[in-house]
Design a protein around this ligand. Structure first.
Ligand code: SAM
Length: 171
């Protein structure tokens, strides 16, 4: 049976509307992306470009000039049809429905469960998903993934902690 036994890390940092405005968080994501020398798929790419070899950016908003302007779920369907897959996928959706409504024009992110299933189909064996949010096992054992690294981010005050989790798909 698969067991989660992640390396634990603790960081103190803010939670911003565009998550990677917090430099410490952005650096962790880049460090893990750069363990691969292939293109990174950045779903919900937002404002901040990653300092990586190559990035493919997907966002519903055209504001920050994504490579694919549209719904992440639609993009994943298209990728599955075209048999495209990646070694590293960054998953940083609006953390809650409320946040999505307040900040990103009220469009729901769609059915997360189905979206996650599609993301797994676009991930190569031995690849990783770097996800951000208030959940720890974003993709989970039920999809065959194990959490290898877990970063707890403490924004202090009344703001809930959030996590960066690195989950790997087995070979
Ligand atoms: C938390 S922000 C991501 C921030 C990004 N990592 C950054 O630091 O700049 C969420 C992003 O998801 C985008 N978004 C919301 N719903 C989406 C959807 N259904 N498909 C693609 N992008 C979406 C928003 O436009 C926003 O840029």
């Amino acid at each position: 049976m698969m067991i989660n036994n992640p390396n634990m890390h603790y960081l103190e940092g803010n939670l911003y509307r565009y998550t990677f405005r917090e430099e410490k968080v952005k650096s962790v994501v880049e460090e893990h992306c750069n363990k691969f020398d292939t293109e990174v798929l950045n779903l919900f790419a937002g404002k901040h470009k990653l300092n990586v070899l190559k990035e493919f950016r997907v966002d519903l908003s055209a504001e920050f000039d994504p490579d694919y302007h549209g719904d992440a779920f639609d993009f994943l369907h298209k990728s599955i049809d075209e048999e495209k897959s990646w070694d590293v996928i960054v998953y940083d959706p609006p953390f809650t429905d409320r946040k999505s409504k307040e900040f990103f024009g009220g469009r729901r992110v769609g059915k997360y469960t189905k979206m996650k299933d599609s993301i797994i189909k676009c991930l190569n064996d031995n690849g990783v998903i770097i996800s951000l949010g208030h959940e720890i096992s974003n993709f989970g054992k039920s999809r065959g993934l194990t959490v290898e690294e877990l970063y707890v981010i403490n924004p202090f005050g009344e703001i809930r902690p959030y996590f960066i989790s690195i989950e790997r798909k087995p070979l």
